[in-house]
Design a protein around this ligand. Structure first.
Ligand SMILES: *[C@@H]1O[C@H](CO)[C@@H](O)[C@H](O)[C@H]1NC(C)=O
Ligand SMILES: *[C@@H]1O[C@H](CO)[C@@H](O)[C@H](O)[C@H]1NC(C)=O
Ligand SMILES: *[C@@H]1O[C@H](CO)[C@@H](O)[C@H](O)[C@H]1NC(C)=O
Ligand SMILES: *[C@@H]1O[C@H](CO)[C@@H](O)[C@H](O)[C@H]1NC(C)=O
Ligand SMILES: *[C@@H]1O[C@H](CO)[C@@H](O)[C@H](O)[C@H]1NC(C)=O
Length: 249
């Protein structure tokens, strides 16, 4: 009896340690999958922007790394009709330390911060020639200098399409207004119907059936087919009462 119990105990302990091994394998696998892209470079969910000539535009870029960074090299390139033009470059020695940045373009300023893993740049006084692809590039020596990059596209326009927006806003407000009006009308209708029904019920039970004229008649409610006749009868009785033809009990 006791030995059986011991056997069961050791078996369950064995299974438990097996579970632990499984769990650690799963966790390791998850970590491996998660860290497959140790360094990631992103220009955000919308990888393009439309800017007006003469304006200043932000070229966004951020990085993230789950194994940490050391001497992260980054740079920005402009794809000038096939040939890559270097705009700036920098090195982030370690997380949280601001980078040393060299800029090779007179209208560009580095505005990133390693506190936010942000390596964005600003482009001032945009011209039509600035239109095109801007590549944000980074490599982390910690992971055998693998290259990571993301492309941000700049479109330069003469005027932002304000008119189109206005039309959209007008259409949307009209549609919204109509829908709102329909809802208001429906609500009013429902309320009015409800009040009418309530008052009709009141009349039906409270007045018609209360035998107010005291003539011993219990009259039918508004749903009764002869309700109108009943009302007529009641009114006639009331008139007769007023004229003194019949007297109230
Ligand atoms: C943008 O370009 C148009 C056409 O070339 C020009 O008339 C306008 O002055 C420019 N705007 C700015 C702010 O540079
Ligand atoms: C861009 O390159 C193509 C050929 O690759 C050439 O025909 C075109 O003129 C170039 N455009 C500019 C603006 O340099
Ligand atoms: C942008 O243009 C304005 C006016 O033309 C000028 O004063 C300013 O210095 C320019 N900025 C850059 C960074 O070139
Ligand atoms: C990066 O920094 C710039 C300048 O401070 C800021 O405008 C931008 O929103 C930042 N981007 C992100 C993704 O935090
Ligand atoms: C990374 O890019 C640089 C050019 O910027 C290139 O010389 C190098 O070979 C690339 N490395 C890898 C591993 O692709």
């Amino acid at each position: 009896m006791e030995s059986k119990g011991n056997g069961r105990f050791s078996l369950s302990r064995c299974m438990r340690s097996g579970d632990t091994v499984h769990a650690s394998v799963v966790v390791t696998l998850l970590l491996v999958i998660w860290c497959a892209q140790a360094l990631e470079v992103s220009v955000g969910k919308v990888p393009f922007v439309e800017a007006m000539n003469g304006s200043t535009v932000l070229l966004p870029c951020t990085y993230s790394s789950c194994i940490g960074i050391k001497n992260l090299n980054f740079n920005w390139h402009y794809n000038n009709n096939g040939s890559m033009m270097k705009l700036c470059k920098g090195v982030i020695p370690i997380e949280g330390v601001e980078p040393r940045v060299q800029v090779f373009h007179e209208r560009i300023e580095f505005v990133g911060s390693s506190k936010d893993s942000n390596i964005s740049i600003l482009l001032f006084n945009v011209t039509f020639e600035d239109e095109g692809e801007y590549t944000c590039f980074a490599k982390n020596p910690k992971e055998k200098d693998r290259n990571h990059s993301a492309i941000f596209t700049l479109f330069v326009v003469d005027e932002l399409k304000v008119v189109d927006n206005t039309v959209t806003v007008i259409i949307l407000s009209v549609v919204g207004g109509v829908i709102g009006l329909v809802i208001v009308v429906m609500v009013i209708k429902t309320v009015v119907l409800f009040i009418l029904k309530k008052s009709a019920e009141k009349k039906g039970q409270g007045e018609l059936c209360s035998d107010r004229c005291g003539c011993g008649l219990l009259l039918p409610g508004p749903t009764h087919p002869h309700w109108h006749h009943a009302i007529l009868l009641q009114e006639t009785l009331q008139k007769m009462q007023e004229k003194g033809v019949i007297t109230e009990r």
